[in-house]
Design a protein around this ligand. Structure first.
Ligand SMILES: [Zn+2]
Length: 338
């Protein structure tokens, strides 16, 4: 068996993101700084490398992909291209000399072409001082540079970096067995994506869809979301009448909170890319989440995402389900009206 090519691996792991970035490059719309937020195994490094290859490839395929064969592609894959600067931390921290190397590379113009690309993995391991010193280059890039900062956990990244990069979230790859089983179990396409974000077990997925619990929850969370986005105080009423009845036990309360995270995650994903409706966790409120992606600043969105992510630990800390949802609703309404 031959080894799967780097491009093929990326295609399998992140088909939408790959297509998105190849299109951006074709249309010459690539921004100069991105933060790739993806757990290990989601293909963040592979996508970064394929982007570098696409920028330099001498033989782009008819599908708009790098060929993987030409000398430029080969050198990039071998880590031996002077205009592709890659830093991977060795140990717990990105070392001072690695940062010095990055800074000196940032100030040099491209060696061979007019394009230069920086790939820094596990950027959360950079010290605050080192990260701040790199921001200058991110804000005032010299020549035609692209910085791809990679992390497995966006929550560990300095807000100053978050606010200066376009954040790209890599969804965990749903095991194909799960996707197939969900389809075979007759689960509607509109629910499959949501389910894949909530659970990795077919059994748990089936339990959630029993007696239309998931369908109702998806509708109700969507309606609460729409009311909150409209700045409508009736979002509080919806907490009482529509969200609370879903949480008949602690596990289901946790699942409702996870769904609240996912509906906001839909907004975040659309801020960076066009996401096909059937790839959203909440396709029925796609219009609203798309509008919010345009309307909210990244700071507002990160603040809201952080609030939603905190609800799980509040529940684990034995806070009351109703209290958690009401406080969250209030904070979101405040954040949106800024
Ligand atoms: Zn090539």
């Amino acid at each position: 068996m031959t080894e799967e090519s780097l491009v093929a691996t990326t295609q399998r792991l992140q088909p939408q993101l790959l297509h998105h970035f190849m299109t951006l490059i074709t249309e010459n719309r690539l921004a100069h700084a991105y933060l790739f937020n993806g757990a290990d195994g989601t293909g963040r490094q592979q996508l970064a490398q394929v982007i570098a290859m696409r920028l330099f490839c001498q033989n782009v395929t008819a599908d708009g992909l790098p060929c993987g064969q030409c000398s430029e592609c080969q050198r990039i894959m071998a880590g031996d291209h002077p205009d592709v600067v890659t830093v991977i931390p060795d140990g717990q921290r990105i070392k001072v000399d690695q940062v010095r190397y990055l800074k000196s590379e940032f100030t040099k113009s491209a060696v061979e072409g007019n394009q230069k690309i920086f790939i820094v993995d596990q950027v959360e391991r950079m010290t605050t001082g080192a990260a701040n010193s790199l921001l200058k280059f991110i804000e005032e890039p010299v020549g035609n540079t692209v910085a791809l900062l990679l992390t497995a956990n966006k929550n560990l990244i300095l807000p100053t970096i978050l606010s200066r990069t376009q954040i790209v979230d890599f969804l965990r790859v749903a095991p194909s067995a799960l996707a197939d089983a969900l389809a075979a179990a007759g689960i509607a396409p509109s629910q499959r994506h949501l389910l894949a974000t909530l659970t990795e077990s077919v059994q748990a997925a089936k339990a959630l869809t029993a007696e239309d619990w998931l369908k109702n929850a998806q509708t109700n969370v969507g309606q609460w979301f729409a009311a909150a986005c409209a700045g409508d105080e009736r979002a509080f009423v919806r907490v009482q009448t529509e969200l609370l009845p879903l949480g008949t036990n602690r596990d289901l309360q946790g699942t409702v909170l996870d769904m609240v995270v996912q509906v906001w995650h839909d907004v975040l994903r659309q801020q960076n890319a066009t996401v096909p409706t059937d790839q959203l966790a909440f396709p029925q409120v796609a219009k609203t989440s798309g509008e919010m992606a345009q309307r909210l600043s990244i700071e507002q969105l990160v603040a809201i995402m952080t609030l939603t992510l905190e609800t799980r630990s509040q529940l684990a800390g034995n806070m009351n389900f109703q209290g958690i949802l009401e406080a969250l609703t209030l904070q979101i309404l405040t954040q949106i009206s800024r």
